[in-house]
Ligand binder design. Sequence first.
Ligand SMILES: [Zn+2]
Length: 209
Amino acid sequence: MTPQFPSLNALKAILELATFLQWEDARHFAIQALSAPTMSLSPALRLSLALSFRISNWIDPAFAELMATPLSSLTLEDFVLLGPPITHLIITTQASIRAHRLLVAYNPFKPPNYDPTCKKPIVGCQCNWEAAWWDGLAQHYLHPDFPASPQDIVTKLETTLIMGVTTACWLQAVEIIKEQRVFELENDWKAEALRKIKEYEGTVFLTDA
Ligand SMILES: [Zn+2]
């Protein structure tokens, strides 16, 4: 026999009441039940519940999932659950990252000055670097399904020798890219969005979309 399980609405009601009454056992029960994989709550609903009822450890993973959700898949229900300020943060942060990735991929890095030991004609070294940027890095960085993370890209740059680029020029370029946080910048934007979202903790949201 399948055990009778409280419905989503019942669990939300228990969570709300238990949080209000500071009834820890019931609150714990509701959170555990809502976490069950069979509930398969959307990241928008998890973030909304987490902010409404201070389920702090749900915030980071739900936010990460929303950041990885294509904006075209966000449903009207997600919008209603998250409300305008949070939805706006998710959309603008995703859009900024996307615009930044396109800009970086489209403009192969040019060092401000060339390594003095570069033996090749400088134009050759730069040409090969740019070709590798377009053919290698950009394909991983802009991959529509599995875009490389900033750390993946930096590691790849650090560990991949490029044909026709001198070691000195390559090392110098990687050093400057790391210094300027070209790829890590998006992590800063995500952290900033997450910080702003956490300011809404304890705010009661509409959770009945
Ligand atoms: Zn060179």
